[in-house]
Design a protein around this ligand. Structure first.
Ligand SMILES: Nc1ncnc2c1ncn2[C@@H]1O[C@H](COP(=O)(O)OP(=O)(O)OP(=O)(O)O)[C@@H](O)[C@H]1O
Length: 298
């Protein structure tokens, strides 16, 4: 697993990562989500021993990354897919990665097959790769040591919808076999379809975390019924805060509580869902609004 405890990084008087603590667990895909400049890459660099924290610590499989014996056999890392040597072929990049951590050449063919790069593509120089192909190659390099943990910075960047769907299957399978996955993105849509748990970061701080369902529940419950006025009345009488909009009623309680109150009032529900009409997108924008460039400029 990955455990960050009070992880902080300061550059002069600028704090890029401020006191973040979270755990990414085996068997689940944890999405690290935040707008540009939120501190995701800096946090991942600290987790993989590339940047020393100013304070706090990040442990991977119970140790600091640099203290892991042959870390490539335990932790697959992809921080910058475009950093691969442009003059080498994909196969050369993977062969070098395999040699560095001491795995045999069969791992190269297996890695290429896993990420769907053909023999012909593997023979081309990386400078001629599309961004999506580089991401696939980066993933193959991260997976080559058969690690238990994956730390991936913006792995879906440059992938087309089919590519994102494919990556989701790959990471899901990895997690289902007991692996731990931490992946970052600035796009909710990318993370939402892949991740079980979300850690949302804005301006270096964690602003929300939990499963998609838990985060949606924080926004309340969206409900429609055959008589919204009567339902709003019943909810208010039960002490639940209710607001009305074109999308129906938004009740500040769980969907179970709304269902029970409607049952008691004998009102038929026609629609019941966690979260506001804007869903997680609205939550993400609200939580990170004051932290993002647009929020700061406004
Ligand atoms: N070496 C450095 N020196 C000074 N500031 C830095 C350094 N590295 C990162 N920062 C700053 O820290 C902040 C967080 O950057 P980081 O790259 O971690 O963000 P990010 O969430 O990964 O963003 P993006 O989605 O754009 O990749 C930014 O304001 C960045 O300019």
């Amino acid at each position: 697993m990955i455990k960050a405890t009070n992880l902080t990084k300061r550059y002069g008087d600028f704090t890029a990562v401020h006191d973040i603590s979270f755990t990414a667990r085996p068997g689940s895909v944890t999405g690290f989500l935040g707008p540009n400049g939120a501190g995701k890459s800096t946090a991942m660099r600290m987790m993989t021993g590339l940047t020393p924290p100013t304070s706090g610590e990040a442990l991977v499989l119970g140790r600091r990354y640099r203290e892991l014996p042959n870390p490539g056999r335990h932790v697959g890392v992809m921080l910058d897919a475009s950093a691969q040597h442009p003059g080498r072929t994909g196969r050369e990049v993977l062969t070098l990665a395999a040699r560095t951590i001491g795995v045999g050449p069969t791992a190269v063919a297996h890695g290429l097959a896993t990420v769907g790069l053909t023999d012909k593509e593997a023979g081309r120089r990386v400078r001629n790769y599309s961004l999506g192909m580089r991401q696939r190659l980066g993933l193959a390099a991260a997976l080559i040591g058969d690690p238990e943990v994956l730390i991936l910075d913006e792995p879906a960047n440059g992938l087309d919808p089919q590519g994102i769907h494919w990556m989701r299957g790959l990471l899901r399978g990895f997690a289902d076999r007991g692996g731990t996955v931490l992946l970052s993105s600035h796009l909710l849509s990318e993370v939402q379809i892949v991740a079980d748990e979300l850690v949302i970061i804005g301006n270096g701080r964690i602003v929300a975390e939990g499963t998609v369902e838990e985060l949606l529940q924080q926004q309340g419950t969206r409900v429609r019924s055959i008589d919204d006025a009567a339902l709003a009345d019943a909810l208010t009488r039960a002490g639940v805060e209710v607001t009305s909009s074109a999308a129906g009623l938004l009740a500040q309680t769980s969907s179970e509580a709304v269902g029970r109150i409607a049952l008691d009032a004998r009102i038929v529900l026609t629609d019941l869902a966690s979260g506001s009409a804007g869903g997680l997108e609205e939550l993400f924008l609200t939580l990170t609004a004051t932290e993002s460039r647009e929020g700061t400029a406004a």
